[in-house]
Design a protein around this ligand. Sequence first.
Ligand code: TRP
Length: 339
Amino acid sequence: MTNKEIFLTGDRPTGKLHIGHFVGSLQNRIKLQNTGEYDPFIMIADMQALTDNARDPEKIRNSLFQVALDYLAVGIDPAKSTIFVQSQIPALNELTMIYMNLVSVARLERNPTVKNEIKQKKFNESVPAGFLTYPVSQAADITAFKAKIVPVGDDQEPMIEQTREIVRSFNNAYQKDVLVEPEGYFPPKGEGRIPGLDGNAKMSKSLNNCIYLSDDAETIKKKVMSMYTDPDHIHVEDPGKVEGNVVFTYLDIFADDKAKVQELKDQYQKGGLGDVKIKLYLNEVLQGILKPIRERREEFEQKPAVVYQILEEGSKKANLIAEKTLQEVRDAMGVNYFN
Ligand code: TRP
């Protein structure tokens, strides 16, 4: 094993990944992976996905394969990164149980991301205990690997903070620096989030406003042509609004030719530039980015045995590291009666 710093991150397998994931976190991981300065661990968080899908394990099982395909398609390279499956690492559960005693129920209820999700998911009075406590299990994910860096989207900031608290509590309670405090690694301000096709602030599967990494060329075009622009821009000759116009938001993020985007914006604001034209340009830009990703994805999709083998080997390697940390944790606590 190398002595490079470990970075760890992951996704819940509840569906295919979309271009929001790409902008929010996949790109950052690939960038860090390709510096060669880190030892990357990328986890498919199936146990966390089950915290609000306990009655639909089939969905998680299918999505696990889809997310693995998305990873490989965007350039997470198993020769450089360890891709593994959360449920196959038993030490994570044991660490979770141990950390659970260092976190108060009130603290769990204060986590803003979890609070939001509870509202959105309409659990009402029946929030699964596993859901409320998933930040503790996420702390186990991160600390089991002594990850220093956690590249994630902005919404995961509270999880990193809670992990840091748990690390301090643990090291303090057992008077030993066993666990490592992680740092979040976020996309540049304002660049980590893309709105949905419908203008909603968030691209999300449940809102049905996504472009998936796996969408075919025709689907992408259809989605782009249906995008939210400026509702008051009715005639081509009318002046149009650029702020809040999702087509321009996407162009700012995805188009390399910034001068051309600026030219289009100027013309659109003056009047005389139709929505169809800007959408066709965005379509061209997105097709250029997504075509090679889709082609790589299709190749791996034909070889499921290869994909599962990557996950199995990654899980074996991850297991060794997590077991070692668990042993250190037990030793620090003296929960090692028979050694
Ligand atoms: N909570 C993350 C998400 O919803 C997924 C996740 C699970 C994760 N464990 C992690 C992310 C550990 C970073 C580190 O996307």
